[in-house]
Design a protein around this ligand. Structure first.
Ligand SMILES: Nc1ncnc2c1ncn2[C@@H]1O[C@H](COP(=O)(O)OP(=O)(O)OP(=O)(O)O)[C@@H](O)[C@H]1O
Length: 666
């Protein structure tokens, strides 16, 4: 007998009160031990489309919906008595006629008339998105047979409602198709293969071997990601790569979740020592907190979670003894003094950036190398004689740092690169878009040649800290082993769609590779984001407070709301609202049910003080890009509710969004 649990059981469990959840979990454990216990008063659901649906009693009011077939059981849904019967009466569990994947299908003829009427009326009034798609195509996407005509009636306004009633692979496909992507046909179960083992069945059903496994699976029903992965996520978790590999994807597509599961999978090998890392301590803490939800004790003992800078410092100190990291002010002083000594007239900012982004980052060894170096990441051309003069300054500074026992962050990484192997077998880097050149060179040299040695998760649209550079020049080539995730689990359709407009449809990496961001879909629906422009800070504040009050009244907890600002000096003015206020930079990696991004004035984002530091067109572009990314990061921290506002004259980014809003309204 095989026991399974469905993701719909999770969704339903999460909606119950904590006391009810407790009772349900106990009943689920008892059921796993002995489904024949009389206390369950198992009843076959009489009017069900599917004769295999039964209900099991939890208490006077709550029923679990169980699917029993060929001796196997599935925990399918749970809820109050009438709702449980209604759910079971209107569902079927069956293998899809084309793909073979087991699906939970809402019987089309049981959907309320008003819903269907709206779909039909809209289809007469507005263009039908899939009018020309054949049954054959729709079936290849996993659309259930009785939904073919309804899908063909989908319009821009009803497609989300229809998608939400379909099995997830069909929903993903039609949402992607609605945004102009051509969905791939779903995989097909070959004759004799298990339809429950189909990749799309695995994203909604999971076998539970014993009560311990069930306990672990039900411990945090809102953490569905611990159990149910999208097939594309699963592929990245399970696949073996013979070189560095990377998962990319826009915000909320579950890249961190892939990183966590992959770390656990690699740690199943008793000889593994997996470094799960990211670029700052706060993000590493978030990863560490999530790990026990997916890793057993043994795997946890083989996974080391630490931010990359800290790992490098620690190993450097262990190998070379304690050294001091030079701070920026001292470094600038050294550079300027060396230039003055050499009688070289040079812009101090240029000198510093040349050191930071070229000489130190790429570990340029000598004058020849500096002269011949392609201008990686730098757009300024320079004559050879000028380079030689500059090199003399850099060489001086290197010598002075060594004399004074100082090192740079990059210098630590370069020193480690020349030495013994690092004490890990695999490295997984989350938020890899913000990795530094020196860090990547180190990891590439140490792990790049090992099978499964290096794995990256990141989104170039969220690069907010570091300048872009071609990874292949740093010795890490992910070409052919880099793919993107397209299903957003965090943000509603409405918030994702609006945030996406902040970035171009295609992003270009430093080495010219293009990432097309079309075709991303969300798994749920929500209110349209609020985007406002005000005349005075007072009116902005007043309405923001009213928005927060409405959320609190609607049952959103205070801790689930965050206000994000561009710079820390904007925080004090909002403190009195008694809502968590943080900078956009600090919000990286976090998520909240509701997010407000106020104070988006024209000089706030893009940050005017940063723009004033721009030396040339290329630098200006880079500042604009990272500022845009930052607002994208801020907007995509929201799950259900998003507010963005400013006092006129507002940020050009906000104007872009507001204009689209007005366009939509016409
Ligand atoms: N398979 C899944 N099932 C359910 N929820 C999921 C799944 N994968 C991810 N999630 C949820 O989606 C949200 C976003 O996931 P995650 O943080 O991994 O995304 P990300 O791509 O790393 O985002 P960002 O780029 O913004 O850092 C989280 O709340 C996570 O729990």
């Amino acid at each position: 007998m095989t026991h399974r649990i469905a993701d719909t059981f999770y969704d339903a469990l999460e909606k119950l009160h904590p006391q009810e959840q407790k009772a349900v979990k106990q009943s689920a454990f008892d059921f796993q031990m002995d489904p024949s216990l009389p206390g369950f008063s198992m009843h076959r659901v009489d009017r069900a489309r599917d004769p295999n649906f039964w209900t099991a009693r939890v208490n006077r009011d709550i029923r679990m919906v169980i699917h029993k077939a060929k001796g196997d059981t599935l925990l399918a849904w749970v809820g109050h008595h009438d709702a449980a019967y209604r759910w079971a009466e209107t569902r079927r569990i069956e293998s899809h006629p084309r793909t073979g994947a087991v699906q939970i299908v809402e019987a089309r003829e049981t959907v309320e008339d008003v819903v269907i009427q709206r779909i039909v009326e809209e289809a007469v009034r507005l263009p039908r998105l899939f009018a020309d798609e054949t049954n054959d195509t729709l079936l290849s996407w996993g659309v259930p047979e009785d939904w073919l005509d309804t899908v063909r009636d989908a319009t821009e306004d009803t497609v989300v409602d229809i998608a939400l009633r379909l099995p997830s692979e069909a929903a993903d496909a039609i949402m992607a198709a609605a945004t102009g992507e051509r969905p791939q046909p779903a995989p097909v179960v070959a004759a004799g293969e298990d339809p429950w083992a189909h990749p799309d069945a695995l994203r909604r059903f999971r076998v539970v071997e014993n009560v311990e496994e069930l306990k672990a699976a039900l411990d945090a029903p809102w953490e569905k990601w611990t159990v149910f992965l999208h097939p594309a996520q699963r592929e990245f978790v399970e696949r073996d790569f013979n070189g560095p590999a990377r998962v990319i994807g826009s915000a909320g597509t579950g890249k961190t979740i892939v990183a966590l599961h992959r770390a656990v999978r690699l740690a199943a090998d008793p000889d593994a020592r997996v470094l799960l890392t990211t670029f700052n301590r706060r993000l590493a803490d978030l990863l560490r907190a999530k790990l026990p939800l997916v890793a057993g004790h043994e795997e946890q003992a083989r996974i080391f979670v630490e931010d990359l800078g800290a790992v490098i410092h620690r190993l450097h100190a262990e190998r070379f003894g304690g050294v001091e990291i030079v701070d920026e002010a001292t470094l600038r002083r050294f550079l300027e003094e060396a230039a003055a000594e050499a009688g070289l007239a040079v812009d101090p900012d240029f000198l510093f950036d040349e050191w930071l982004l070229i000489v130190d980052a790429w570990d340029v060894a000598d004058a020849d190398a500096y002269r011949d170096l392609p201008r990686l990441g730098r757009k300024t051309r320079m004559a050879a004689s000028r380079r030689d003069a500059l090199w003399a300054v850099f060489a001086q500074v290197r010598a002075r740092l060594a004399r004074e026992g100082l090192v740079t962050e990059a210098g630590c990484a370069h020193a480690l690169r020349q030495g013994d192997p690092m004490p890990f077998t695999h490295v997984i880097v989350d938020e890899a878009q913000d990795i530094s050149v020196a860090e990547l060179m180190l990891l590439g040299a140490m792990f790049g040649a090992r099978p499964n040695g290096l794995f990256f998760a990141g989104d170039i649209g969220q690069r907010i800290f570091r300048a872009p550079f071609p990874w292949s020049a740093a010795g890490v080539d992910v070409r052919g082993r880099s793919r993107s995730l397209k299903v957003n689990y965090r943000t509603s359709h409405q918030i994702r769609k609006r945030s996406d407009t902040l970035l171009p449809e295609t992003l270009v990496e430093a080495d010219g590779a293009e990432e097309n961001r079309l075709g991303v879909t969300s798994v749920f629906d929500g209110p349209v984001p609020t985007i406002r422009v005000y005349d005075t800070p007072e009116s902005e504040r007043e309405e923001l407070e009213a928005w927060v009050d409405t959320l609190l009244h609607a049952g959103v907890e205070r801790e689930e709301i965050a206000i994000l600002v561009r710079s820390s000096d904007q925080m004090a003015a909002l403190d009195a609202m008694n809502i968590h206020v943080m900078t956009m930079h600090d919000a990286k990696g976090a998520e909240f049910r509701a997010v407000a991004v106020p104070r988006l004035a024209h000089d706030v984002i893009p940050d005017e003080s940063r723009l004033l530091t721009a030396r040339d067109e290329a630098h200006l572009d880079e500042i604009m890009t990272t500022e845009r990314h930052l607002l994208y990061v801020a907007a995509t921290r929201a799950r259900d509710f998003l507010w963005m506002s400013g006092v006129a004259p507002v940020s050009e980014f906000l104007s872009d969004l507001a204009d689209r809003e007005l366009e939509r309204g016409r």
